[in-house]
Write a protein that binds this ligand. Structure first.
Ligand code: NAD
Length: 349
């Protein structure tokens, strides 16, 4: 663990999202100095290092703490926990991209070890720290919505093949929209409404094969449309729909409903956007603009939040604990989706 700020930070995984992280981290040299990068593919690490004036190091050097105080893991989800485990064992602080990993039991072991050793672990998504989430939390806290009774979270789109150059991995077994996009929606719901105690689930496999932008076909090995009903410890309930078999939706990404008002939030995958509040059907929706920040927040603000507390006696585990709860929810939804649904007598017309 570092004893001073700015912390020396090492990027592990020099792919697509690493570019976005660099934009955020280099805008805050008072908190972090990205000094090195590593990738399973050394050529990728070298190219990324050249582009950002970093030292390319091996993955081993990064996780053993030889190149920096904090490693930021931006690799595919199934590699997250093994890399983080090695770093925490070596006493190196860690920040992970979402999801925390692919196995909640292993995620729990990581956090147990981090606590035992006093090593900081943070996890994305960090949009719960962004201005729209802050404003929503403030309105709920102030009682503007009354008692929050229900919510809905909806992502319906054509799937990542509409923009991602190599979408195949996002349809591999154990991925799909629930594990790839679910963390944004579930994290925001739990952040605003508190922990979930039970879930129902259903999962469909609508459209396979899929096609890359280049026209290559590939199979969808995970469910492509998932619905869930979440019951919160507070008594509120929410529906979650995440699907890559549609085109567009008019349903808000997130809607929180209380006894006095309804709040619609912008896309929880991003750090900006306008909220809408409505008190009754007699009144129009009112737009609420979160305060602007300079520099504008983007992917990586969770690293900054983690870094701010690296040298304090209380390492920041809250975001990783939220990510672990979300991973438990994902597993519970997947399990619930395998249960037999309640049959309905045939309808004849
Ligand atoms: N691409 C996005 O827009 C985006 C947005 C938000 C979050 N994320 C998350 O970021 C993470 C990375 O996604 P990405 O799109 O940048 O992936 P990517 O495939 O573009 O990059 C991943 C990089 O990790 C490297 N890698 C793989 N296994 C490794 C290992 N064991 N050790 C070291 N390096 C390894 C790969 O060689 C590759 O360079 C994922 O968890 C994803 O969910 C991605």
């Amino acid at each position: 663990m570092p004893d001073q700020i700015p912390a020396r930070c090492v990027i592990v995984g020099c792919g697509m999202v690493a570019q976005e992280y660099m934009a955020t981290l280099t805008a805050h040299p008072d908190l972090v100095r990205v000094t090195a990068c590593a990738d399973l593919d050394p050529e990728r690490a070298r190219v990324f290092a050249d582009r950002h004036d970093l030292t390319p190091v091996t993955v081993e050097e990064a996780v053993e703490g030889m190149a920096g105080d904090l490693i930021v893991i931006l690799t595919p989800p199934h590699t997250h926990l093994a890399l983080a485990e090695r770093a925490v064992t070596a006493g190196v602080a860690v920040y992970l991209e979402k999801p925390l990993g692919d196995d909640a039991a292993a995620g729990q072991r990581l956090l147990d070890r981090a606590r035992a050793q006093g090593v900081a672990v943070g996890c994305a998504p960090d949009t719960v720290l962004a201005p729209p989430a802050r404003l929503a939390a403030q309105l709920i806290e102030q009682g503007v919505l009354g008692t929050v009774t229900s919510a809905s979270a909806t992502l319906v789109g054509p799937g990542p093949e509409s923009w991602h150059p190599t979408p195949q991995t996002l349809y591999a077994e154990g991925v799909g929209p629930l594990r790839d996009m679910g963390p944004y929606y579930l994290s925001m719901l739990v952040h605003l409404l508190g922990p979930v105690s039970t879930v129902h689930g259903s999962a469909q496999h609508h459209r396979t094969p899929r096609h890359t932008l280049g026209g290559e076909s590939f199979p969808a090995q995970s469910p492509t449309h998932v619905n869930s009903l979440l019951s919160f410890a507070s008594g509120a309930s929410a529906t979650l729909t995440v699907g890559w078999d549609g085109s567009v939706s008019a349903t808000p990404h997130l809607e929180i409903r209380g006894t006095d008002a309804t709040l619609a939030l912008p896309d929880p995958n991003f750090h900006h956007g306008t909220l809408r509040l409505r008190h009754s059907w007699r009144e129009p929706w009112k737009e609420l603009h979160p305060p602007a920040a300079d520099p504008p927040p983007g992917r990586g603000i969770g690293v900054l939040a983690t870094t701010r507390r690296l040298t304090t006696p209380h390492p920041p585990w809250e975001s990783a604990e939220l990510a672990l709860h979300v991973l438990h929810l994902i597993e519970a939804i997947e399990h619930a989706a395998t249960r037999e649904p309640c049959p309905v007598p045939a309808h004849t017309r």
